[in-house]
Design a protein around this ligand. Structure first.
Ligand code: PMP
Length: 305
């Protein structure tokens, strides 16, 4: 990782190398931290953060689910993200707000501890690799079952959830794949460890419903709006593992990954290798995020330097 200049910590901009916490930070030991993943893209009018209010709203909701009282408002956090990108003088970056139970009392309950909030940003290319958009990635069905909301609230982006994701990711990588696809506890397709999944069959686009136990991704929502605005037939429906194998097109959608084609699942090539609907959605996403689509400019927060 290439270091940038500043990190926002509890309301102050501190030098990158000084953004440190104590080893007995409560959130580090018990996974009691909630975070967001946001992207800022280069546009003809300078850097712009994509769907910032929606991400900060989800951040505040994650905190609320975990009974964390954050001492900052939605607007203050949005401004902090924009200021941070401006301070670091980058055109494109990934932005990571995190709230966690700080150093104080040990033991499971965080209730006596202060909640710290930090925001960092860094330059980060396509999470699943630079070829993931066009050539696509190789995925495998994970043996790890996606956590479900009877055990952990999955609409909260809590650090603890990502232990389940990391197990699936490591399993996929060590098997020679690029990414995992996780099924839920009844064996129905849920999502990737850090992305939602979309399928195309007979010109119909579909994605698992929230009830299948997924994070309601903001990129997923963006794709759903593109489909509605562009006459692409779309349903939220469950699919099984074998329905993935026989799809015409498959792709992951997430802030870090963008829209990444899946070219193979468990060694089975997907469709004919042509991705016309995915390509259309990728172009819409690329244009919307890079300030080339008037209709979607409402989703951009320009960063003034
Ligand atoms: N599912 C999981 C488990 C994730 O971590 C993410 C990334 N936040 C997503 C889906 C995609 O969400 P988004 O499009 O909001 O980044």
């Amino acid at each position: 990782m290439r270091s940038l200049s500043k990190i926002w910590m509890d309301g102050k901009l501190v030098d990158w190398d000084e953004a440190k916490i104590h080893v007995l930070t409560h959130g580090l030991h018990y996974g009691y931290a909630v975070f967001e993943g946001i992207r800022c893209f280069a546009t003809p009018r300078g850097p712009a953060i994509f769907r910032l209010p929606e991400h900060i709203e989800r951040f505040l909701n994650s905190a609320k689910i975990y009974r964390m009282a954050l001492p900052y408002s939605q607007k203050e956090l949005e401004r902090a993200c924009a200021d941070l990108v401006a301070q670091n003088k980058v055109n494109e970056c990934y932005i990571r707000p995190i709230a966690f139970s700080a150093y104080g009392e040990m033991g499971l309950s965080p209730l006596k501890n202060k909640i710290s909030v930090a925001i960092a940003c860094w330059e980060w290319g396509a999470y699943l690799g630079k070829d993931s958009a066009d050539r696509g990635v190789k995925a495998t069905i994970s043996s790890w079952v996606r956590i479900d909301s009877k055990s952990l609230p999955i609409q909260a982006k809590c650090a603890a959830n990502y232990a389940n994701s990391a197990l699936a990711k490591m399993e996929a990588l060590s098997g020679g794949y690029d990414e995992a696809i996780m099924l839920n506890s009844v064996g129905v397709v849920a999502e990737g460890p850090g992305e939602n999944i979309f399928r195309v069959k007979d010109d119909i686009l579909s994605t698992p419903p929230a009830s299948s136990g997924i994070l309601r991704g903001i990129t997923r929502d963006t794709v759903i709006q593109f489909a509605a605005d562009n006459g692409i037939k779309f349903f939220r429906n469950d699919s099984t593992r074998e329905e993935l194998y026989t799809s015409d097109e498959l792709f992951f959608a997430g802030t870090a990954a963008g829209l990444a084609r899946i070219r193979e699942v468990d060694g089975r090539p997907i469709g004919t290798g042509k991705y016309p609907i995915t390509a259309k959605l990728q172009k819409l996403y690329d244009d919307a995020t890079h300030g080339k689509a008037k209709r979607y400019e409402k989703w951009l927060r320009y960063v003034s330097r």
